[in-house]
Design a protein around this ligand. Structure first.
Ligand code: NDP
Length: 347
């Protein structure tokens, strides 16, 4: 059976910016028969995520993911439907997901590597399993709960960087639901600012490309900043930390502004920022969602209810076609997405 797949064509180098030509679309053929335990799946939608940038390097620099290999099929989060099965746990028509879904229109996978999901949990919006009711929703919810110290009635202000992305847009909404009186987003366009305020209940948003971040933060956070959900690092985060209250908390979720640089993770802070953290007793603990998978089932159930009830509004940018995978990844890395970047592969 002929299928299309995306392979890694070349590496950008640790200090390079990824471009679509680092990926290559190929035709390949699947073996006609399944072995015991195997499942034929049709891919419905795929995810592109910032952590994939380190998989483009020869060495990812982190323990929990391996590098993609040149000329081999790229993989990541995916959702699909079972077309035929020789695995007792999967039947034809089941909707299944995996963190290691090949970027391929159809694939033969081990049934044991797939997780069956119930479309009702997302009211049929299957791409939500890759976003708000999947890993980025979990990251937002558990990041806020585990590291944010949000307390109802405590008059707290939360700031979120990368706020109009998959994690950020949900994190600000969780912050508000959990009791923050203000959630202020920082993001890269006017359209994103409007989406945060009009659709996601953020109190205000700052366009870091156009606006004076320190002045806007002072104006929009009159009682200072108590919780900072940090997706980007670099100069934006230094500016936020400088305005944080005593005994406040940084949720160190990601540092995307540094991902095209050959620096360790998390990237080292300047002496000045370290001194600010010490002087003001600000916690800044690294959060890794994979360390909290024992809490995932309960958290996904809560996210599903919050989405279904309309308490969380989901933002998505959807493009169609496996040939768009490389474009979609590179676009997301430089801010082309509002909410979760999804690639629809088939109906
Ligand atoms: P997003 O949907 O937020 O997409 C990435 C966004 O980052 C872009 O849209 C862009 O928005 C922003 N961005 C890119 N470059 C820069 C820059 N130089 N400065 C500021 N913003 C930039 O991705 P995710 O929600 O999937 O991920 C967000 C963060 O969370 C990432 O750092 C990621 O690594 C991290 N993460 C961490 C996890 C964990 O377990 N700790 C799990 C999942 C994600 P803009 O237009 O605003 O620039």
């Amino acid at each position: 059976m002929p299928v299309q797949r995306v392979v890694l064509n070349s590496r950008p180098g640790n200090n390079g910016v990824p471009v679509p030509a680092h990926f290559r679309l190929e035709e390949t053929t699947l073996a006609p028969d399944l072995e015991d335990g195997e499942v034929l799946v049709r891919t419905l939608c795929l995810s592109v995520d910032p952590y994939m940038r380190c998989r483009m390097n020869e060495d990812t620099g982190v323990g929990y993911v391996t590098p993609w290999q040149l000329s081999e099929c790229v993989d990541g989060g995916g959702v699909g439907v079972v077309e035929s099965s020789r695995c007792s746990a999967c039947s034809e028509g089941d909707v299944v997901t995996s963190f290691n879904w090949p970027w391929q229109t159809k694939a033969v996978m081990k049934g044991s590597a797939l997780q069956k999901v119930d479309p009702q949990v997302v009211d049929g919006h299957l791409s939500y399993f890759l976003g708000a009711v999947g890993i980025t929703g979990l990251t937002a919810l558990l990041g806020v709960r585990e590291k944010g110290n949000v307390t109802k009635g405590a008059n707290q202000t939360m700031v979120v960087s990368g706020a109009a992305g998959a994690c950020g847009s949900v994190a600000g909404q969780i912050g508000r639901l959990d009791g923050c009186v203000r959630a202020v987003g920082i993001c890269g366009s006017e359209e994103k600012c409007r989406a945060l305020v009009d659709d996601c209940g953020f109190s205000a948003a700052i366009n870091y490309r156009k606006e004076d971040i320190p002045a806007k933060l002072q104006e929009l956070c009159p009682d200072g900043i108590d919780v900072y959900f940090d997706n980007v690092g670099g100069g934006i985060s230094d500016t936020v930390i400088a305005q944080m209250n005593n005994n406040s908390h940084v949720i160190l979720c990601g540092q995307i502004s540094q991902y095209n640089k050959d620096v360790p993770y998390p990237p080292p802070l300047s002496e000045e920022i370290q001194e600010t953290l010490r002087r003001n007793n600000i916690t800044r603990e690294r959060f890794t969602v994979l360390n909290y998978m024992n809490k995932a089932d309960a958290a996904l159930c809560e996210l599903s209810q919050l989405v279904k009830s309309g308490h969380i509004n989901v933002l998505e940018t959807v493009v169609e076609g496996i040939e768009k995978m490389g474009d979609a990844f590179c676009s997301m890395m430089k801010g082309g997405n509002i909410g979760k970047q999804i690639i629809k592969i088939s109906e």
